[in-house]
Design a protein around this ligand. Structure first.
Ligand code: AMP
Length: 187
C-alpha cells in the first residue's frame, strides 16, 4: 500500500497533496513536472529538451520521460515505496510503468484520483500563475493542458479502475480537509 499514484487534472492540487501524503507515509513524492522544472532551471540537456513541450502545455515525449522515471525509481529512497505525481500521463506510460514495476518485483497499491470542476481548476491555476509565475500557467496554455489531460490522461482512470485500485477524492475544500480525505482513502 505504499506504492501510490496520484492522478488528476492540472490545478486539482496533486503536487500539494502528494508532498503532504508522502511525508505522512515516509516515502518520497516523485513529481515528473518538478524534475523537469529543476532540469530547466539548471539548463541540463534534459531541461533543454523538455522546455518547449512544457511551455506549450504538451506532454514531453515518452522516450525522454520514461527513462527519467525508470532512473528515479531505481534510487534507494524509492525502494520501500513512493508516491508518483504526474506520471503516468498516457496509456504508453502505463505500460512502461507496469514494466518498470515488474522488473522491481512490486505493484501499485492505490491510485488516488483527485477531482475538481473545470472552472475551479482554471481559477486556481490563474491564481498560481500570479503567485508563482510558472511559464505554463497562462490562460491559453492552461486550457490546452486541461484538454491534454482529458484526451490523454483521463482514459487511464478506466484502466486502473478495471484493476480495482482507484479511490476518487473530492479536491474541493481546504488543504487539510483534502489531505484527511486522502488519508481516509488509504486506510
Ligand atoms: P505538472 O507539474 O505535473 O503539471 O507538469 C508540468 C508539465 O511537465 C506538463 O504539462 C508536461 O509538459 C510535463 N510533464 C510532466 N509529467 C509528464 C509526463 N508524465 N509525461 C509527459 N510530460 C510530462
Amino acid at each position: 500500500m505504499n506504492r501510490l499514484l496520484i492522478i488528476g487534472p492540472p490545478g486539482a492540487g496533486k503536487g500539494t497533496q502528494a508532498v503532504r501524503i508522502a511525508e505522512k507515509l515516509n516515502i518520497p513524492a516523485i513529481s515528473t513536472g518538478d524534475i523537469f522544472r529543476k532540469n530547466i532551471k539548471e539548463e541540463t540537456e534534459l531541461g533543454k529538451e523538455a522546455k518547449r513541450y512544457i511551455d506549450s502545455g504538451n506532454l514531453v515525449p515518452d522516450s525522454v520521460t520514461n527513462n527519467m522515471v525508470r532512473a528515479r525509481l531505481a534510487e534507494e529512497d524509492a525502494a520501500n515505496g513512493f508516491l508518483l505525481d504526474g506520471y503516468p500521463r498516457n496509456v504508453a506510460q502505463v505500460q512502461e510503468l507496469d514494466s518498470i514495476l515488474e522488473d522491481m518485483g512490486v505493484e501499485i497499491g492505490r491510485v488516488l484520483l483527485l477531482v475538481a470542476d473545470n472552472d475551479e481548476l482554471v481559477q486556481r491555476l490563474l491564481n498560481r500563475a500570479a503567485e508563482q509565475g510558472r511559464s505554463d500557467d497562462n490562460e491559453e496554455v492552461i486550457r490546452h493542458r486541461l484538454k491534454v489531460y482529458e484526451e490523454e490522461t483521463a482514459p487511464l482512470v478506466a484502466l486502473y479502475t478495471e484493476r480495482g485500485i482507484v479511490k476518487e477524492i473530492n479536491g474541493l475544500g481546504d488543504i487539510d480537509e483534502v489531505t484527511e480525505r486522502i488519508l481516509d482513502a488509504l486506510k
